[in-house]
Design a protein around this ligand. Structure first.
Ligand code: G4P
Length: 194
């Protein structure tokens, strides 16, 4: 997605050739027009697939999932919570996710009432790195007997194993910007793919 890649080049900050900070338009401050275009692009890419709802994970996935859901004619969006009151846990699907970037394990949970069995569900997230978050969401969906219609990612770090792990598990992954590597603290995009 050209607009997104241009924005990453213009406003993204690369730290230690490892982490791309996009706080000015995606991870803290949001650019509503860009987020809206991201949602439209997800809707276009998955227009060949029936989708009943979108699932994401708090916090940064929510805005893009919302934009995609609106573009898909207002289907419901559900976000997995990282903190759930302990009394509410028994009516949830939940699993542990290890964050390589943050070096911590956290629990993600979704209330069972928001994942009706038999639906086709699209997973959306802002970054794909190790793939732990998306695999965790996919396992919740399997437990809920939902079909994973695909996985939509705003920024994929292709030099990390996430995309390959998801594809090997049989999931379709659509990433709007794919970063092949960082060089001199600048992103190099995989031009052939995104
Ligand atoms: P995963 O997201 O594929 O599971 O990989 P990883 O375990 O490495 O990522 C853990 C967290 O770090 C995720 O955020 C992910 O979005 C974020 N992350 C990974 N690489 C980058 C990067 O280069 N730049 C930025 N800005 N974030 C990165 P999270 O824990 O879900 O947090 P939240 O921001 O969504 O609340």
């Amino acid at each position: 997605m050209k607009e997104l890649k241009e924005r990453i080049i213009h406003d993204g900050i690369v730290i230690d050739n490892r982490i791309l900070k996009v706080d000015s338009f995606l991870n803290q401050q949001l650019d509503p027009a860009l987020i809206c275009h991201i949602g439209t692009e997800f809707a276009r890419r998955f227009s060949d697939t029936p989708i009943d709802r979108i699932v994401t994970i708090e916090s940064s996935g929510i805005a893009v999932a919302y934009a995609a859901a609106l573009a898909m004619k207002n289907i419901p969006v559900v976000f997995a919570r990282k903190k759930m009151p302990s009394h509410a846990m028994e009516n949830t699907y939940h699993t542990s996710v290890y964050s390589y970037t943050k070096e911590e394990t956290y629990e993600v949970a979704i209330s069972k009432q928001f994942l009706p069995a038999g639906e086709s569900v699209l997973i959306i997230d802002d970054f794909l790195a190790s793939g732990e978050a998306a695999l965790g969401l996919a396992s919740l969906l399997q437990e809920a007997q939902c079909n994973v219609a695909g996985i939509g990612i705003v920024i994929e770090k292709s030099f990390q194993p996430g995309c390959q792990r998801l594809q090997e598990a049989g999931y379709r992954v659509e990433a709007l910007a794919q970063i092949e590597k960082f060089e001199n603290d600048r992103p190099v995009f995989n031009q052939a793919k995104s």
